[in-house]
Design a protein around this ligand. Structure first.
Ligand code: SF4
Length: 230
């Protein structure tokens, strides 16, 4: 495997084929970042068929819906996940006493403390990073590739692989239905993108992520803090 690995042909592969090739051809160790939203659970299901013990990195921000935490624990138990809960260096109460309610006053800083920093640390040492990102989710993701080479702020390189990049919303739900996988119950209430509770509301338009951060932003930063090289 070289840095010049040719990924162009991967665009025509199925999500299952991408998972199989990536786990076979790209350098180990690999990990998967998982929010336990529908597409993430579908990709996790695919990954586990090849590597059941793949490390699953969950950003435990302290601000999640109770339903998300309960669902995470249910899936983790039933699927025997190798779950890693990544946490910030300060607790929610410490953050709020020092800085106030940052998710209202400065959500970028809040995301930096509770998501970007912990993920940066959590990804260190991994050579291949799987995600459940899809192009359809947001204009900010419309041009992402199935396989990209990224550089962490430390200078470390890793491959970022998004097997479901081309999937549409209907395909996600078809996958869950065919494989009899129960989704996070919050979808039944009308949410289409689910993150921390204070920053998640129901969509305000066609954009599936339009209910995040009250429309003030579309990305928390965990998919923009690395630099894409290919
Ligand atoms: S999504 Fe909201 S609550 Fe969660 S880390 Fe970002 S600003 Fe804070």
């Amino acid at each position: 495997m070289t840095a010049q690995h040719e990924f162009a042909a991967w665009a025509d592969l199925s999500a299952q084929e991408i998972v199989e090739r990536a786990l076979k051809e790209l350098p180990a160790p690999a990990c998967f970042t998982c929010s336990f939203q529908a597409e993430d659970v579908a990709v996790l299901h695919l990954l586990r068929q090849v590597q059941p013990d793949i490390p699953v990195l969950f950003l435990e921000t302290g601000y999640h819906f109770p339903e998300t935490i309960a669902y995470r624990d249910k899936i983790a138990g039933e699927w025997h996940l190798n779950l890693h809960n990544l946490q910030a260096s300060i607790s929610v109460s410490e953050q709020e006493s020092q800085f106030g309610i940052l998710n209202q006053t400065d959500p970028t800083r809040c995301c930096d403390i509770r998501k970007v920093g912990p993920l940066w640390e959590g990804l260190r040492g991994y050579k291949t990073w799987f995600t459940g990102l899809r192009r359809e989710q947001s204009p900010t993701r419309a041009n992402m590739k199935v396989a990209e080479r990224h550089v962490l702020p430390t200078g470390e390189e890793l491959f970022k692989i998004s097997p479901a990049a081309a999937w549409k919303w209907d395909e996600v739900w078809a996958y869950l239905t065919i494989n009899e996988i129960e989704a996070l119950p919050l979808y039944e209430q009308g949410y289409t993108s689910i993150g921390c509770a204070p920053c998640t509301s129901k969509p305000t338009g066609d954009d599936l992520r339009s209910g995040r951060w009250g429309g003030r932003k579309l990305e928390c930063g965990i998919h923009t803090f690395t630099e894409a090289r290919s």
